[in-house]
Design a protein around this ligand. Sequence first.
Ligand code: ADP
Length: 150
Amino acid sequence: MKRAIFPGTFDPFTIGHYSIVKRGLNIFDEIIIGIGNNQSKKTLFSIEKRIEMIQKAFTNEKRVKVIAYNSLTVDFAQEVNAGFILRGLRSVGDFEYERTIGDTNRILTGIETVILFTEAEYAHISSTVARDLISYGKDISSFLPPNIVL
Ligand code: ADP
């Protein structure tokens, strides 16, 4: 049984995140989407709203679960018995950061990080840009997973 966590803030969960989880299901038996709920980090969407949106995106996928956590990511991975951390990589900008935390997590616990390259059509999509567009009243439905409305 290969179980991975897909950790992130998901403020909001985008079609880029959705695509990484879908592709991750070809590698892992189960993926737990872990929403980091760090009290000091101010988010646009409440934790309840983020859980609801992600559950809706994966209603027909029994192998995907959603859990909020406020511990260190590797501690959360161990709590849920996950041997892997799944992450997405959009650009060289993401690379150094992912390598640093991926190496740290492996050295701390032996948990490997598996990184998938983003599909080109989603490489420009980020939660930050989605929030900016929302603040100017723009429609971001093309940034969201299928059948998801804000
Ligand atoms: P964090 O705050 O940990 O960066 P995010 O919610 O921004 O959390 O992202 C979670 C994961 O999803 C990260 O691995 C990030 O690189 C990846 N990701 C973000 N946007 C995209 C995208 N458009 N395509 C693929 N992966 C993405």
